[in-house]
Design a protein around this ligand. Structure first.
Ligand SMILES: [Zn+2]
Length: 348
């Protein structure tokens, strides 16, 4: 048995999870079902894929070799023993708009995905079934899944991936080995980006922006549009302190429309972005030597911190947290955003 470090799994952070899976594979005792949960872009799907590769790698080590036919086919998504389903695969035949509006993973999707789960592997050593968006299983789909988990087939490993484990049916959770992934330290993300040819300065910036989510840092580093969009979004928020009230209220109206029009996630993202800015201001105003998110705008953060002070900055951070809660409790989005504009501590 060859012993290979975490790096050969190509996973940033989550060492404990990689170690646990490596040992299970080395001992030839992988669980019948895993539930990998954590925030978006933290690395859940990648971990699932690397496990599928390790279980079927022709080198039979405790890490994927990345070179054998099996590893390569799994990476390309065309290995007969590795089945992947998700809201995206379910909506593959729909128009983009309809696909985005899908509410749950349907029972037919789960049935098709698990159709031949009792068969022996065709080519590999183990059949691996990966299902994403598990927090969105319909009741029927969850029950179909439960039946399979109650009598796990001998040659299969089921890997369920959920964005929030809290929304997965308790009876499903109890039949899986739980792997909860948390945000990764930015000190681990920056060097990883540098191995991809990103300069040190940029790597540190993207790692900070990502808030511990390697997938997001990777996007910022390799997709200039994503990085540009984030900065443009922040610029818009910051401009609200200077723009005339009538323009700000136009913006408020847009947020309300977006929220009611089904773009809740985008509106929550905006609030989170704003919160991160004001948290930076607070941290700098309070003189706490803590890592800030907007490392590329240190001078701006410092200027606003000097002009605002600790107490108003702290109050506005709390105000933004409250706004998220109010929206979740069905408050009128327009009123919530209006209040934010009127209470902006640095409005001129
Ligand atoms: Zn291999």
């Amino acid at each position: 048995m060859q012993t290979i470090g975490h790096d050969s799994w190509g996973i940033v952070g989550h060492h404990w999870a990689v170690d646990m899976l490596r040992h299970a594979v080395a001992a030839q005792r992988p669980a019948h079902a895993y539930l990998i949960s954590g925030p978006r872009h933290v690395g859940k799907s990648l971990l699932a894929l690397r496990l599928a590769q390790t279980l079927n790698c022709e080198q039979a080590g405790d890490a994927p070799c990345d070179e054998c036919r099996s590893c390569r086919r799994i990476a390309k998504g065309n290995h007969p023993d590795v089945r992947i389903a998700s809201l995206a695969t379910q909506g593959a035949t729909l128009k983009a708009e309809e696909a985005a509006r899908q509410r749950d993973v349907r029972i037919e999707t789960v049935r098709t995905w698990l159709a031949d789960i009792n068969l022996r592997p065709y080519e590999g050593r183990r059949r691996v079934f990966i299902l994403d968006d598990v927090e969105r299983l319909s009741e029927g789909a969850a029950n179909a899944m439960l039946k399979v988990l109650e009598e796990p087939p001998p040659y299969a490993t089921i890997i369920l991936v959920a964005h929030t484990a809290g929304d997965v049916m308790a009876t499903i959770v109890s039949r899986c080995q739980a792997i909860k992934l948390r945000p990764v330290a930015r000190d681990a993300i920056a060097p990883w980006l540098m191995t991809q040819g990103v300069s040190e300065r940029d790597a540190v910036t993207y790692a900070a922006w990502s808030e511990g989510l390697p997938g997001l840092a990777h996007q910022y580093a390799h997709n200039p549009e994503a990085a540009g969009q984030l900065q443009a979004q922040l610029d818009e928020l910051l401009s609200l302190s200077q723009r005339p009230l009538v323009e700000c209220f136009k913006w408020v109206e847009e947020q309300g429309k977006a929220f009611r029009g089904g773009e809740q996630a985008a509106v929550y993202d905006t609030l989170l972005l704003w919160q991160r800015w004001w948290r930076d201001v607070l941290v700098v105003a309070a003189g706490v030597p803590d890592a800030i998110t907007w490392v590329n705008r240190h001078a701006d953060v410092t200027r606003v911190a000097r002009g605002t002070g600790v107490v108003p900055a702290a109050a506005f951070v709390r105000r933004l947290v409250l706004a998220v809660r109010q929206l979740r409790e069905n408050a009128n989005p327009q009123l919530v955003f209006e209040q934010l504009i009127l209470q902006l501590p640095d409005r001129q």
